[in-house]
Design a binder for this molecule. Sequence first.
Ligand code: ASP
Length: 424
Amino acid sequence: MIERATLTRNILIGMAGGLLLGSLIHAIDLADTNPIMVYGVNGLFDIGGKAFVASLKLLVVPLVFVSLVCGASNLSDGSSLGRIGIKTVGLYLFTTAIAITLALTVANIVDPGMGMALTTDAVFVAKESPPLKEVIVAIVPTNPVKAMAEGNMLQVIVFAILVGVAIAKSGSSGQRVRETLNDWNDIIMRMIMMLMAIAPIGVFCLMLALFSNMGFSAITDLIRYFLTVAGVLVLHFLLTYAMMVRFVANLNPIVFYRNFYPVMAYAFSTSSSNATLPVTLETVERRLGVKNEVASFTVPLGATINMDGTAIMQGVATVFIAQAYNIDISMTGYLMVVLTATLASIGTAGVPGVGLITLALVLQQVGLPVEGIALIIGVDRLLDMMRTAVNVCGDAAVATIVAKSEGKFDESVFYKDETLSPTT
Ligand code: ASP
């Protein structure tokens, strides 16, 4: 097995190499019919990138199921499961609310859309969002096989918890199944490590194919919007998570970042917290020291319901669109934005570009023209990559805090390669 530090270095090299070469190809502006584009960029490298993402996704459902059944069955009493659930969901909602508040505050200082003075008379027929009642009922699966086949994470999570709890209550038969599943968990973890070994090539292909085709001209037009979103993402990443890890979990944030940052390279290249999930889970357990009982629940749930980076984009985009159309949002409007953006992330899977879809919901809620989304679409691909990296980091931070507070945390794993003490 290739050493972890070497692997991380290779992934970063693959990422930077793909980005540079891709940007170069884009700058040369080859015709779409040029053989380099046909057989290289949109052929070989596109296939390589897509196959890599597919192989990551392939592990998501078996991993979430097996890992969560093991986790839930190892938590012998139901009350700790409930407590972990409440803490996790509470922290996810809390960090998302902070993220969006930060975004609204900074956007109101920077004024990214000032002076664009667009008017709208286009009529937009909004798609009805499903009533809350339906959303809640839909969390319970009617057919677990269908839920798995469709990759409906919330339903898979509910089913896995039920199976896990039943195993814990089933005495010696439960014990036998638990042992088998623990073995399966090890096997799936091994598969993740095997996949990680080819990640440098996968990441290189993804970045090359993407950046060869991506235009940057939109960024210059929307530079204030772009920099505001990017700035708040960095702020939330460096400030909110560091403070939480330091003051709530009482751990060294630098060690946290150092152990976790390779996962962000996967998130950045795939733009999907779901596809990154296998790597996030492996790292949270084996590098951050979160025990499986907590990680198996918090991380998959986070990939589905916790999207701080997405909420940041939505906050800045709302202010940007309001300013571009010269529409005033009242204080209640802003509160609505916080509430809707926080809730909108629940139930939407972490896949590329989903943030723009839920943005429509947020805009409607405060009476802004949904067609304003067209203004920011040009730079969203790159921002999607950045916010996905923040999304997965938020999941890991919450998992760490919950595990620490529950005594399900291994500090010797967290500080394994470190000379830094817990308080430096
Ligand atoms: N791509 C993001 C994720 O997977 C979601 C989004 O903001 O579009 O976390």
